[in-house]
Ligand binder design. Structure first.
Ligand code: KG4
Ligand code: ZN
Length: 352
């Protein structure tokens, strides 16, 4: 049983062939980083155009590397949302065309579900359900229950910034550039995580919801009170900085600030994780999305004394790819959850 996955929701054009839901025969990702880098963010119009250019060769390469042809496939899975509409449309249109020409069923996959399945795919059957999924990225801070049939229930989500967004905003404020998560991750071990006691967010209503705007404002106040303008300006001049460069231009109080910020983010995430595991009797915990690569979060989750094992994606499958889209399509294939050939791009598609 082989599924071709196609992913074009943002700025990577990706295709992959996955066998039996567990073996990656190929996974090809064409990144557009060079195109968007000089604009400091993804330009939607350029992204669509780059997808158009890349989609046919990327799919061809994925089939070649898998040593398979269209006739060896059982289905085509494509990301239907959330994402940039123009980008999604390229993948959906091409996937639909392949299905029409080769008489294959089409499966629509939610991108967030893909990130969750990246972990399921790699765990070699070890992820037991029901599971708790924490999806933490630049756009998401969501807690989902994954039921035995791979259906989802939303338990909590951020009411303002996503965790990755908080990292990016704090890094930008302090002159560390974009994206902020990886830099703060590497500098935080050099500071004292208990130097500054930030107030934890207390949520009215659903206590499993998150909020990071208060923390972001508290960091801003601290920066204003401590007159950091000079060191921030010095850091802003750095390009392609190494850890040593950052450390040279970052005094100890600022390292303490970063460590305390990261400590607070991790505490906010993990205390809701612990409550949720109890609430749904989770047998495993999945943490995925860009922030899941944070070394501090990984260590803290492993040492938190949680009552179930925790699984993270490996670096190769933690960024956008199509193997995760194909993997997420297997339960849908078995449930015969196929799409018509009028599948639409859904910019704001929710998982649950
Ligand atoms: O999942 P992702 O690659 O893209 C989406 O947002 O969908 O996540 C990117 C986010 C950025 O906000 C980035 O700063 C954050 O993930 N990030 C990290 C780390 N690596 C990436 N945050 C904390 N620690 C990291 N090591
Ligand atoms: Zn993603």
């Amino acid at each position: 049983m082989r599924i071709l996955g196609i992913e074009t929701s943002c700025d990577e054009t990706a295709a992959a062939v996955v066998e039996d839901g567990k073996t990656i025969l190929s996974s090809v990702v064409a990144s557009q980083l060079d195109t968007h880098g000089r604009y400091g963010g993804v330009v939607p119009e350029l992204a669509s155009r780059e997808h158009l250019r890349a989609i046919v060769p990327v799919v061809r390469t994925a089939l070649q590397e898998a040593r398979r042809g269209f006739e060896d496939l059982d289905a085509v899975a494509v990301t239907e949302g959330p994402g940039l509409v123009g980008s999604l449309l390229v993948g959906i249109t091409y996937a639909t065309s392949i299905c029409l020409v080769h008489g294959l069923p089409l499966i629509g996959v939610n991108h967030v579900e893909g990130h969750i399945h990246a972990v399921v795919l790699e765990s070699e059957g070890k992820v037991e359900l029901p599971a708790l999924a924490l999806v933490v990225s630049g756009g998401h801070t969501h807690l989902f229950e994954i039921r035995e049939d791979f259906s989802y229930r939303l338990l909590g989500k951020t009411r303002d910034d996503a965790a990755g967004e908080a990292y990016d905003k704090v890094a930008k404020l302090l002159g560390f550039g974009y994206p902020g998560g990886p830099v703060i991750d590497r500098l935080a071990p050099h500071g004292d995580p208990h130097a500054i006691k930030f107030t934890l967010a207390h949520m009215k209503g659903n206590t499993l919801d998150f909020s990071f705007s208060g923390l972001k404002t508290a960091v801003l106040r601290w920066v204003e009170q401590h007159g950091l303008a000079e060191e921030i300006a010095a850091r802003r001049t750095l390009k392609d900085a190494s850890l040593e460069d950052w450390l040279r231009l970052t005094p100890q109080p600022t390292l303490d600030l970063l460590a305390s910020f990261q400590h607070t983010v991790i505490e906010e995430l993990l205390r809701r994780v612990a409550v949720s595991i109890d609430e749904i009797d989770a047998r495993s915990l999945i943490i995925s999305g860009g922030v899941a690569s944070n070394a501090g979060l990984r260590a803290a989750a492993r040492n938190a004394g949680l009552t179930c094992p925790v699984y993270f994606p490996t670096p190769a499958l933690s960024t956008d790819n199509a193997a995760m889209i194909a993997a997420a399509a297997f339960p849908k294939f078995h449930a015969a959850a196929f799409e018509g050939f009028d599948l639409r791009a859904k910019a704001n598609l929710a998982l649950a």
